[in-house]
Write a protein that binds this ligand. Structure first.
Ligand code: HEM
Length: 122
């Protein structure tokens, strides 16, 4: 169980819960025509693992994130605002599916939103 004073990592269900969310986000991406062309050559397992590591590290979990920075990861892709919103929407649907509470949704979106300038038009 987790309570309101716990880290966001704990309230999202730890690594197991975050991994499940990352898997659902991935499924939403590949089914979303706004962004699916971006991922046709991607290694699903590798991306899911990296996104899981990144969210764990960013929400107060243990373990390092040893992947590229968000700027490095999205450099040269020229991602649009519209794509950013589409990805955010995929995340929202994954959080709803996993019954993540409104407070936790808000905290996670603040984190994602704070990264927008590292990702859009890089
Ligand atoms: C805050 C939002 C986002 C986060 C936290 C995020 C996170 C990540 C992470 C951790 C990786 C893996 C980096 C690596 O291992 O090299 C990645 C790769 C990628 N992201 Fe994002 N991302 C976000 C938004 C977006 C958006 C808006 C798009 C546009 C469609 C996008 C498209 C991609 C693509 C195409 C890859 C590379 C896939 C590959 O290497 O095959 N991301 N992202």
């Amino acid at each position: 169980m987790s309570g309101p004073a716990d880290s966001l990592y704990q309230r999202l269900g730890g690594r197991v819960g975050i991994r499940r969310i990352a898997e659902d986000v991935w499924e939403n991406h590949v089914a979303n025509p706004e962004v699916s062309p971006r991922y046709v050559r991607s290694d699903a397992a590798a991306i899911i693992r990296r996104v899981t590591d990144f969210i764990c590290a960013g929400t107060g979990g243990p373990g390092p994130y040893d992947g590229p920075s968000m700027r490095q990861a999205h450099e040269g892709m020229n991602i649009s605002h519209r794509e950013f919103m589409a990805v955010t929407d995929d995340v929202l649907r994954a959080l709803e599916k996993n019954r993540v509470g409104k407070n936790e949704q808000g905290e996670l979106f603040l984190l994602l939103f704070s990264l927008r300038n590292e990702i859009i038009h890089q």
